[in-house]
Design a protein around this ligand. Structure first.
Ligand SMILES: [Zn+2]
Length: 77
């Protein structure tokens, strides 16, 4: 099993259950979301390393995670 994909499992649940101090919040996540989505499309690990606060927010915020999914779907279309 490759455990480097942090999108599922105990770590993601833990982040959901208590607010991550690195969480940048909706406003800042939205401001960079299109850049973040392009980076995720190319290199997900790099995206999470470079935008750890945004990654923390997306793990905790359903609406923003949905927006990211929409951007990724558009990029891959
Ligand atoms: Zn949000």
């Amino acid at each position: 099993m490759d455990a480097t994909d942090g999108s599922e499992g105990p770590a993601a649940l833990d982040r959901f259950l208590r607010t991550d101090p690195a969480d940048v919040g909706c406003g800042e996540a939205m401001a960079v979301l299109h850049v973040y989505a392009e980076l995720v499309d190319r290199d997900p690990a790099q995206a999470e390393a470079q935008y750890s606060g945004v990654a923390a927010h997306l793990a905790a915020c359903g609406p923003c995670a949905e927006d990211l999914a929409g951007l990724l779907a558009a990029l891959r279309d």
